[in-house]
Design a protein. Structure first.
Length: 96
């Protein structure tokens, strides 16, 4: 018998939990990158890196995810990540 809506939604909820955990881990790494960039005197914003990442997710998007969908999702992730990295680096700088 095929799973019903409650079972499918439960599976979706579990995947959402996993996605949140992965996003949190990604953001922790972004903060560490910001610390390294600060130590090297590099800017937080790296447009070439962002273009490369968006091209990679577009070309690697598995169906039913389209290249455009993957790019839109990651544009938002990048935007939020960059904002967190900038705030983190600013806090480190002002704490000196």
């Amino acid at each position: 018998m095929a799973p019903g809506i409650p079972q499918l939604r439960q599976s979706i909820d579990e995947l959402d939990r996993q996605i949140l955990e992965l996003l949190a881990e990604r953001l922790r790494l972004v903060m560490r990158v910001g610390e390294v960039k600060r130590g090297l005197g590099l800017d937080v914003y790296d447009p070439a890196r962002e273009r490369e990442l968006l091209e990679r997710v577009a070309s690697g998007a598995p169906p039913p995810l389209t290249a455009a969908m993957a790019q839109r999702i990651f544009e938002r992730i990048i935007e939020e990540s960059r904002g967190l990295e900038q705030r983190h680096v600013s806090e480190l700088t002002s704490a000196r």
